[in-house]
Write a protein that binds this ligand. Structure first.
Ligand code: ATP
Ligand code: MG
Length: 363
């Protein structure tokens, strides 16, 4: 059987720095576990613009479509701020998401005990937290027509339209149920069926997909406002939350702050299942290119490493290896190893990016 294939797009700023630490993990898996990836590398973002005059070359796009998973670092930086919108680094990432049709955005909120003090909530509310928000990413109010600012009588009116088709809801619901089966087997769907027609349809379709295809998964429904309340009151009651584009935007940021630093947060964007049954997928840290600390060895590589752990679990069926990697991160944090962004008020001596990566590999 062919080796699993991975396209690495390190990008700009701290992207290559954090990705270098993921490569150590990939080398370790090869040497110690006999798990060999066919790794290819290419350019995206500002570095691609510098080379090709476009933030994503067609050849790179074709490679991304052909591999089992794409792992991305970060794109952008002040050097590119004045570029025309059509060639801005971020456009490279948007093209990847759009052409791969990545409609399910996964943002886990996982709280490592050693960092529970970083949460905006009380330690006991978040310690051991491990939930996953699945946000619909390609439809809803961000794309619905009509939209625009119009004139009505003698005043202006701003219009957006929340619009969801049955198939758009069904496919993201399937992503959530598939994930739940690999986790705690529980899905909570959030909408505002009390005031929105799209919310009524959302609730119906999620329920139908559940009853027909995933009756083994425990499903509940919640209004999104109540969901926000419950997420801050008792987040550990949830496993997988599935919601629309707008509510997902809000709820995933809320959930992120339950766990602390931006340097810790991984993400995945998933599309339709491929021939092998696994979804098209792009994995990336939530943080950006962090130009303020680029090139200084200060970047925390954990978000990128945990993004790779998600790839192991969701694209390569290597859930045990993913757990092993997550446990290594947990151990290193418990041992007190800290990049500068994880230094609490207590202070101490931080390690650099490479030392953090080395510690995780050793663990
Ligand atoms: P973008 O527009 O690409 O999201 P941004 O400026 O909004 O960029 P980041 O690039 O993520 O956001 O940076 C926000 C802040 O967080 C910066 O001060 C940055 O140094 C810090 N930061 C981001 N990622 C990391 C990391 N991996 N390790 C340490 N600090 C980080
Ligand atoms: Mg940002």
């Amino acid at each position: 059987m062919a080796n699993p294939s991975l396209l690495i797009l390190s990008g700009d700023g701290i992207g290559p720095e954090v990705m270098a630490e993921v490569k150590k993990v990939i080398a370790w898996l090869d040497a110690k576990r006999g798990i060999t990836f066919d790794v290819s590398e290419d350019l995206v973002g500002g570095c691609a613009y510098d080379r090709h005059g476009t933030p994503l070359h067609d050849d790179t796009m074709a490679k991304a479509q052909a591999v089992d998973a794409v792992l991305l670092g970060a794109v952008g930086g002040p050097k590119y701020d004045s570029l025309d919108f059509s060639v801005k680094p971020e456009r490279g990432l948007l093209r990847l998401r759009k052409e791969m049709d990545l409609y399910a955005n996964l943002r886990p909120a996982q709280c490592f005990d050693a960092l529970a003090d970083f949460s905006s909530l009380k330690k006991e509310v978040v310690a051991g937290l491990d939930i996953m928000i699945v946000r619909e990413l390609t439809s809803g109010v961000y794309f619905g027509e009509p939209r625009g600012i119009f004139t009505e009588g003698n005043e202006r009116v701003g219009i957006n339209t929340q619009r969801y088709t049955e198939s758009e809801i069904a496919r993201v619901a399937r992503s959530a149920f598939e994930l739940a089966r690999r986790r705690g087997n529980k899905v909570c769907s959030m909408e505002k069926a009390n005031v929105m027609e799209s919310g009524i349809l959302w609730r119906q379709v999620v329920q139908e997909v559940h009853d027909k295809e995933y009756p083994d998964v425990q499903l509940s429904h919640m209004y999104a406002d109540a969901g926000a309340m419950q997420l801050t009151r008792n987040p550990k009651q949830f496993d997988v939350i599935v919601t629309d584009n707008l509510f997902g935007d809000l709820l995933s940021d809320l959930a992120a702050m339950l766990t602390g630093s931006l340097g810790m947060l991984p993400s995945a964007s998933l599309g339709a299942p491929m021939e092998n049954g696994r979804p098209k997928a792009l994995y990336e840290p939530v943080h950006g290119s962090a130009p303020d600390i680029a090139g200084q060895g200060k970047a925390n590589p954990i978000a990128c490493i945990l993004s790779f752990a998600m790839a192991l679990r969701y694209s390569f069926d290597l859930g045990d290896e993913a757990t092993r990697l997550e446990k290594a991160v947990e151990k290193v944090l418990a041992d007190g190893v800290r990049t500068p962004d994880l230094m609490g008020p207590a202070g101490g001596t931080p390690v650099n990016t490479a030392q953090m990566g080395d510690a995780i590999v050793a663990a």
